[in-house]
Write a protein that binds this ligand. Structure first.
Ligand code: ATR
Length: 281
């Protein structure tokens, strides 16, 4: 029987992960099978145990189970520990369930390697303060961002998040937080990352236009067949570039594949294939 992998989520039918991991497996000549499995909202822990007990070698975890996966993992990588969420699970040789979070490194790799964005020394504005944002802060700070400003509809959540990451700053870095009103009269940022779920409903966070200039790169962690609302906003405000989160999705998958199989797939051809398949829907 082929080594079994899966992504657990609810809902899950929209998931592109089987497509991505099938591409990786073919490219790297790995004998494995990867499925998307919808797990009952109250059945996550049992489903993981069952899967890893049987033929399952590894799992990806998506909404709404990433925090539960974090709690379930008996051993967590340092980046998962800080992220407070786990998107990759496997069992190690001692039989422990291990958890990693590859979302943040996926974002940073997509920015730096696929899109040649210079994060070292950059001023970065992050919109949102939920799980998605928490998962990417450490890798962004590690990439050397000079200033990170987190804004959220509920400003308090952004402040709690900023406080949480305060202690990992180097002397020349700062992290600040507030609400959207705090962006009035703000200078333009080098990079703006939309980590809110607003694009899902086609809405836009109430961002002040002064934060964007013709030098600003805008990145939406969401993606779709058409430009997301945030990417369209960036284009309308003459941002230098507007990039959606499709590359991040493939990069986080590549990092999970590396965890499980010990080889890192080439992401560029898979990003191109996925973009093509989206366009044909
Ligand atoms: P995720 O795990 O995807 O981050 P989440 O933890 O529910 O999901 O967080 C969603 C984020 O999107 C939050 O920062 C939320 O703001 P609040 O904390 O104030 O709720 C933000 N968000 C969702 N819809 C939004 C909208 N229409 N405008 C601005 N922010 C929005």
């Amino acid at each position: 029987m082929l080594d079994q992998y899966a992504v657990f989520g609810n809902p899950i039918s929209h998931s592109r992960s089987p497509f991505i991991h099938d591409c990786f497996a073919r490219q790297q000549d790995q004998q494995m099978q990867y499925r998307a499995i919808e797990v009952a909202l109250d059945g996550f822990n049992q489903a993981v145990e069952d899967f890893l007990q049987a033929e399952g070698k590894g799992l990806n975890v998506t909404v709404p189970f990433k925090e539960q996966a974090w709690s379930l993992a008996e051993h967590r990588t340092a980046r998962a520990e800080l992220a407070g969420a786990v998107n990759t699970l496997w069992r190690d040789q001692q039989g422990r369930i291990c958890g990693d979070n590859t979302d943040g490194v996926g974002l940073v790799n997509d920015l730096m390697h696929n899109n040649a964005v210079k994060l070292n020394g950059a001023r970065v504005l992050i919109l949102g303060a939920g799980g998605a944002v928490r998962g990417v802060l450490q890798p962004l700070l590690e990439a050397g961002c000079r200033e990170v400003m987190i804004v959220n509809r509920t400003a308090e959540k952004a402040k709690v998040l900023a406080a949480h990451f305060q202690e990992m700053l180097s002397v020349d870095q700062q992290i600040n937080a507030g609400g959207y009103a705090d962006l009035e009269n703000s200078q333009a940022y080098d990079v703006i990352i939309n980590g809110t779920s607003a694009s899902l409903s086609g809405s836009l966070p109430p961002i002040n236009a002064s934060v964007v200039s013709t030098n600003t790169l805008c990145y939406d962690m969401m993606y779709g067949a058409k430009p997301t609302t945030f990417c369209q906003w960036a284009v309308d405000h003459s941002a230098a570039r507007a990039i959606d989160g499709l590359g991040m999705l493939v990069e986080q998958a590549a990092e999970a594949f590396l965890c499980w199989r010990g080889v890192r797939p080439e992401t560029a051809p898979v990003i191109a294939l996925l973009r093509q398949s989206l366009a044909h829907q």
